[in-house]
Design a binder for this molecule. Structure first.
Ligand SMILES: Nc1ncnc2c1ncn2[C@@H]1O[C@H](COP(=O)(O)OP(=O)(O)OP(=O)(O)O)[C@@H](O)[C@H]1O
Length: 327
């Protein structure tokens, strides 16, 4: 039996290995009912592997996970009945109309005949596709297909909706429209949302996020708490001689700097007040300087030692190729 208060997702020591590759190394977390929970990490961090285990698409190597109160290994069917999936690979039938795709799904999930028509209309209106219900899906843009997949994922009124990189590869307008639907969902449906992303700006919309890196969760909290925990501003400078500037920052100010995304980057309390001292005392010509408040990028850097983009450069090649192959 599940109760309203029980976690929507409860994960203990969950592991997955592919041969010698330990993709997920014993993660632990709980997702509260009604929450939008984000799983944030660079390419190859283990996000898709984790979400696939929670959705019963792949079998864990160890540990346990309950979704909507059901065990992902022992109670696969119950888990599947209680979840909606929107994955990176589109699984719509291009030769059917949008509405036919949803009808097919409703039959698979046993949505009662007397409610199915109204429910299809409701979810299609939610993603602004009702007026295109009769069009064949292979005439849809990538964004429209993703919206239709979200509608389909919601059709059988799941307790937990899993979204794997729901906005990847979409233009900014469609990305923001999709976030509009996700926000609307919080108010209109009794649902928990679990999503993966490697977009920092999108993680901001989540109630809580778990940062995953190299198969391990490094921290879990709300975006606000995470940013507050960093406590320092980020300063980025372009200099005539980066190596000398990094050495001078250490020697004169005892600051640890590194080249991140092409600029000398370091964290310091009250960044703006520090800039005049920097110019007068660094001893290396500075071409430009920028100061920013802690963002989730800084949170990521603070907890993992690299920016998410640098981390993708270092570990993402293989999974980037897989992601491209999947498209
Ligand atoms: N089927 C597989 N066989 C072998 N290795 C795999 C397989 N699936 C994933 N991996 C490896 O497991 C690790 C985690 O991959 P995963 O896809 O879970 O990462 P991710 O964070 O979701 O990245 P992406 O954003 O690219 O999907 C990577 O090192 C990846 O190469």
């Amino acid at each position: 039996m599940t109760t309203r208060e029980a976690p929507a997702v409860a994960v203990r020591g969950l592991r997955k290995s592919y041969g010698a590759v330990e993709a997920v190394k014993g993660v632990e977390f709980e997702v509260r009912p009604g929450e939008v929970f984000g799983f944030l990490g660079p390419n190859g961090a283990g996000k898709t592997t984790t979400i696939s285990m929670l959705c019963t698409l792949i079998r864990p190597t160890g540990g346990s996970a309950l979704v909507a109160g059901h065990d992902v290994v022992r109670e696969r069917d119950q888990v599947r009945r209680n979840i909606g999936l929107v994955f990176q690979d589109p699984t719509l039938d291009g030769y059917l109309s949008a509405e036919q795709n949803l009808r097919f799904h409703a039959e698979l999930y046993g949505v009662p005949k007397d409610v199915v028509g109204a429910r299809i209309r409701q979810v299609m209106e939610m993603v602004a596709l009702w007026d295109r219900k009769d069009a064949k899906v292979n005439t849809f843009s990538g964004g429209m297909k993703r919206r239709l997949e979200i509608a389909r994922g919601l059709l059988h009124s799941p307790r937990v909706l899993f979204l794997d990189e729901p906005t990847v590869g979409l233009d900014p307008q469609t990305r923001s429209a999709i976030w509009g639907y996700i926000n609307k969902l919080r108010h209109t449906e009794d649902i928990t949302i679990f999503m993966t992303t490697h977009y920092m700006d999108e993680a901001e919309y989540c109630d809580r996020i778990a940062i995953i890196d190299h198969g391990e969760i490094v921290v879990i909290d709300s975006p606000e708490e995470l940013k507050a925990s960093v406590g320092k501003d980020r300063v980025q400078i372009q200099t005539a001689d980066d190596a000398t500037a990094i050495a001078a920052l250490k020697e004169r100010f005892d600051l640890d700097a590194a080249v991140r995304e092409g600029t000398v980057t370091f964290a310091v309390a009250s960044g703006e007040a520090f800039v005049p001292r920097l110019f007068s005392e660094l001893g290396v010509p500075i071409r430009s300087v920028s100061v920013s408040r802690p963002s989730l990028d800084d949170v990521f850097m603070n907890y993992t030692g690299s920016t998410i983009r640098d981390a993708e450069g270092e570990s993402g090649g293989q999974s980037y190729m897989r992601a491209m192959a999947r498209r």
